[in-house]
Structure formats: C-alpha cells, structure tokens
Design a protein around this ligand. Structure first.
Ligand SMILES: Nc1ncnc2c1ncn2[C@@H]1O[C@H](COP(=O)(O)OP(=O)(O)OP(=O)(O)O)[C@@H](O)[C@H]1O
Length: 413
C-alpha cells in the first residue's frame, strides 16, 4: 500500500515553484532517498511532504488523504520530521527531549503515563541511546544528538519518518550506525523512511528507492539498481573532473594528462598508484589489465589509457605487442608488485623489455622478489616500497637529478 504519494506536486515558496511535476510514493517499510546537488530543492520537497510547507500545486496524500486536510495532531501520529535546523534542547535532558515527541499522544502539557515512559525507553533503545538518557541534550556530540532526534521522532509512533540530511556532520561510524538504525526501523517496525543524503554510495547501497532532483524536476526515480548509472550521476551533479564508478560506488579524479608513466597493475595493486599519480598531475597509462579486474574499473573511470585483455585468459600476443608499443612512448615504468599468475605473466616480461629499452623501472617489490623475477637485471631497478615515494622519484628523474645508489637504498628500500 502506498502510505505516502504525490500527485503532480509542485513545491516552492510564495507561489513560485522550485521543483514541479513530482510524482513519487513510499510503501510501508520502504526507505526512499532524495539525491541531488545543493539548492536542487530536496529540503523544500521534504518540508512539503511533511505538511510544513503548502504545495505550490498538486497534492501530497498520506494514507489516501490530502495532507492539508489532516488535523495537525493526527498528522503528527502518522508522520514525524527530523530537519536540519539545529534543535535547541535548552537545559533538557535526553530523556526529556525524547519525551517531547509523545505530545501527539499526551498533548503538550500532558503527563506521561507508564505506557508513554515505556515508549520513550523503547525509542532510546532502538537508536542505541539508552545510556545517554540522563545527559543534557546540549552537551551531546552531533552523532549522539542525531540519534536522540531520531528517538524523538520515533516515540511519536509514526508510520513515516522524514529526515533532512541526517548524516551531515557525522563521522563514518556514526553515518553507518544511523543508516543501519533507519533501515532496521523500516524493516522491523514497517516505518516508511524518507530522507535526503549527500553520500551517493550510501544512498545506492541502503535505500529501496531514489528520487534524483535536478534543475527543477525529478530526473530519475525508482529502484537504485534500475535507475542509477554513471551517466545519470554525472548529469545529476554536473560532474566534469571527477567520475563516479557505479559498480564500486566510488568517486575518482580524472587523469587525462599526457601519459609519462606506464603502470603495470592488476588485482587492485594499480589503483593506489593511479590515484596517486592523478593527485600529483602525472599522466599515466596502464596495462595489461584483465577487464574483470578492479584496476580496470578504476583506470577506466579515471579516463586513463588502458591496454586490456578479456577476463580469465592469458594476455595474447597482439595485446602484449600493443602494450609494448604504448610503453615504448614513455620513459618510466612502474611495477606495482601485482601478484603474478599464469594469465598475467607477460607483465613480468614487460619489465625486462622496459629495461632492455633503457627505460627507468621503479618496482614496488622487495629486492629479493625482484631478483627472483628479473635475475641480474634487477640491479637496474629502483626499488620503492612506498607508493608515495614514486612521485618523489619521478620528480627527481624529470629534473635529471642523479639518484645515487646510496640515496636509492637509504630512501626508497
Ligand atoms: N524560505 C525560502 N524562501 C525562498 N526560497 C527558498 C527558501 N528556502 C529555500 N529556498 C530556495 O529554494 C531552492 C531549493 O532549496 P532547498 O533548500 O530545498 O535545496 P536542497 O536541495 O535541500 O539544497 P542543499 O542540498 O543545499 O540543502 C534554493 O534555490 C533556495 O535558495
């Protein structure tokens, strides 16, 4: 059953629409998340859904009744709101703040009976905040406050909870905890949660439905796995320099600079190096990467040049030749220390080929491992255990600074 739905809803201020044509709904127990850039209108939509703002046009229905026809006290029993405006708890304790949420059941001056008190404890327990009950609300951290405000919303025993950017100011542990709490409430208590978030990955991984708000309209709506791809996320946030990887849920900084370094990656060993080089503005090309490798996904998202191979098969002669040709255009090769197996053995040959061609080879393997793979040629390799040193070495090479054997061994091994 659609517990909340909108019909041709238009939201805004003083009769001027900020977003229009809104047709969304929430079923019992669903988590619905609004995503969009700053100023897109997420708060305005949430306030209108909550009956705090009159629609500019159209209607919000809660349990098939138009919100503006529902009496305030009845609405408070169906829907509670946690907004971003800072709630001032004065000199109230956490228990008193949460108790305030019982007002639709007791009246503002009503006394709490035993059932009400039980509900307050239950709400505090649901958000793992029983221990905070005696503390002053104003003394709490942002993460603790947010949980208490969710408990206050919960004690209303609503069917719907609306939250505007509830994870703002929270560290990663508290973000995850809050999202877990909201998901648990939706599944165990059948509450419909409607919220806005700025963390795209969190929204995609934890919400049942997303509403993508941009340029005064809803540009995408539905189950995240069906609706969201890299193109729509880029459109939504007008991302140019950074790219979003839908599979990994990660934001990557583009590296579109002229490649100077050939990176031998694989099995995720290339990715930290790709990111490092992008951060310091050093163009890079990578290969040979199997197309089911995480390094392939990251390099592709960063817009880097890649020589790649079909998943699970040995690197073919023709792919290897193309990679060699690309490597030949660069002065430096970085061996990231990727695990060597039967299918990617040719990447080891690439190191020897680079040395043969007089390229500078930086390897992240230990000296022993280099000796094992490259024999006496390993003497000509600069060993470097820390990724961060790669940038320093490249900088020195570019300035034609001589790297003495002593310096190399002391600094980079
Ligand atoms: N009280 C108001 N009166 C007039 N315009 C307002 C009011 N509040 C917000 N706006 C405008 O409405 C538009 C949408 O704002 P809203 O706060 O809903 O966006 P948002 O998507 O929640 O943004 P953010 O992610 O930055 O919180 C903005 O252009 C904003 O300036």
């Amino acid at each position: 059953m659609k517990i909340i739905k909108t019909e041709n809803l238009s939201v805004g201020y003083e009769n001027k629409a900020v977003v229009d044509g809104i047709e969304i709904s929430g079923l019992k127990g669903q988590v619905v998340c609004l995503l969009g850039p700053n100023g897109a209108g997420k708060t305005t939509i949430l306030r209108t859904l909550s009956g705090l703002l009159k629609p500019v046009g159209g209607t919000v229905y809660i349990n098939d009744k138009a919100v503006d026809e529902i009496k305030k006290k009845d609405l408070a029993k169906q829907l509670s709101v946690v907004l971003t405006e800072r709630f001032s708890g004065g000199l109230m304790t956490v228990f008193e703040v949460v108790s305030m949420g019982r007002y639709p059941h007791t009246g503002y001056l009503g006394r709490l009976n035993e059932t009400d008190l039980e509900k307050v404890w239950e709400a505090l327990e649901s958000v793992n905040a029983e221990k905070l009950s005696g503390r002053y609300f104003e003394e709490l951290s942002d993460g603790e406050r947010q949980k208490v405000l969710v408990a206050r919303a919960l004690v209303q025993e609503p069917e719907i909870i609306v939250l505007d950017e509830p994870t703002t100011h929270l560290d990663i542990r508290h973000r995850l905890e809050l999202i877990e709490i909201l998901k648990k409430l939706s599944k165990e208590k059948n509450i419909t949660v409607i919220l806005s978030l700025h963390e795209i990955d969190m929204a995609l991984k934890s919400c049942d439905k997303v509403v993508l708000v941009k340029d005064s309209k809803i540009i995408g709506y539905g189950i995240p796995e069906d609706v969201v791809d890299e193109t729509i996320i880029k459109t939504l946030f007008s991302i140019r320099d950074a790219n979003f990887n839908n599979l990994l849920g990660s934001i990557e900084i583009s590296n579109l600079m002229e490649p100077k370094v050939f990176v031998l990656g694989g099995n995720g060993y290339g990715s930290p190096v790709y990111r490092l080089l992008a951060k310091y503005g050093i163009g890079a090309f990578t290969g040979v990467i199997h197309r089911n490798d995480v390094d392939y996904e990251i390099a592709r998202t960063m817009g880097m040049g890649i020589e790649s191979e079909e998943p699970f098969v040995d690197i073919s002669e023709s792919t290897y030749e193309k990679a060699k040709m690309n490597m030949g255009k660069m002065d430096i090769l970085v061996d990231t220390g990727f695990p060597v197996g039967t299918t990617n053995r040719r990447n080891i040959e690439m190191v020897l080929h680079a040395l043969e061609k007089g390229k500078t080879v930086i390897s992240m393997r230990s000296k022993d491992e280099c000796r094992r793979y490259f024999g006496s040629d390993s003497e000509r390799i600069i060993n470097c255990r820390l990724a961060s040193n790669i940038v320093e070495i490249i900088g020195k090479l570019e300035k034609n600074e001589y790297l003495s054997k002593e310096v190399k061994e002391k600094r980079y091994c």
